[in-house]
Write a protein that binds this ligand. Sequence first.
Ligand SMILES: Nc1ncnc2c1ncn2[C@@H]1O[C@H](COP(=O)(O)OP(=O)(O)OP(=O)(O)O)[C@@H](O)[C@H]1O
Ligand SMILES: [Mg+2]
Length: 256
Amino acid sequence: MASLEIREIRKSFETEQGRMTVLDGLSFRVRDGEFVSVLGPSGCGKSTLLNILSGLLPYDEGEIYWEGQRVPHLRSRAAYMIQKDLLLPWRRVLENVLLFPEILGIPRGESEPKARTLLMEVGLQGFERHYPHQLSGGMRQRVALARTLIANKDILLLDEPFGALDAITRANLQDLLLHLWHRYRPTILFVTHDIEEALLLSDRILVLSAVPARILEDLAVSLPRPREVTDPAFIQLKAHLLRLLRKSHPPPERAT
Ligand SMILES: Nc1ncnc2c1ncn2[C@@H]1O[C@H](COP(=O)(O)OP(=O)(O)OP(=O)(O)O)[C@@H](O)[C@H]1O
Ligand SMILES: [Mg+2]
């Protein structure tokens, strides 16, 4: 059974130029424990989709199902890592990871050992008492990942979590995420505009069209992991996705 199913989700925004449709009847399913990427360029509606699923944003039409039951959104079932890391600058690393358990009133004696284990797993043992400004961008994203995982939710909504990082840090964090996924087996909906990243990580890629977003293709990636960007099969899929996105998102006309 699909863990998550969305049917014909529509969303438009009121703008100065009138109503703009951003999601135009989006439907897809994500199975339990599956790693699914949502791939599309800037502005196509990816964050809007995650905001809707997490319950932060209302939608105009459509239905959301969780394990076969109709739900308004996923709020209590999902851990959402938004596009900016949003660590609280006045809280130390450990306290940032403990933010949600604290809000939920979970006793510290229960949550702190979990937080320490997670920090060790993301390679930040010894940094528990640092403040966010004392960390690099990659380290901050590791803290944000640990904070997302501690909630122990069934589904993770990750919005371009590695978008602002250099190539090597990004590759390390991609490996880390795959490791954590294998270990804890959450269902993951991973938003990215990076074709290689989607191919390296996912079981399936939902390719979005330019705004208003529709699904151009639902691509199963059956390459064995760990994946190699130099593998001919990988290169072939990459070329296919690039062609698809180029067709849907042509470059702007240039004045001559
Ligand atoms: N609150 C809002 N009011 C009006 N328009 C909005 C609002 N939020 C988003 N939009 C518009 O909806 C479209 C999709 O935005 P969204 O943030 O979902 O894109 P995205 O795919 O996440 O882009 P990026 O990759 O740059 O993060 C954009 O054209 C944006 O201008
Ligand atoms: Mg976005």
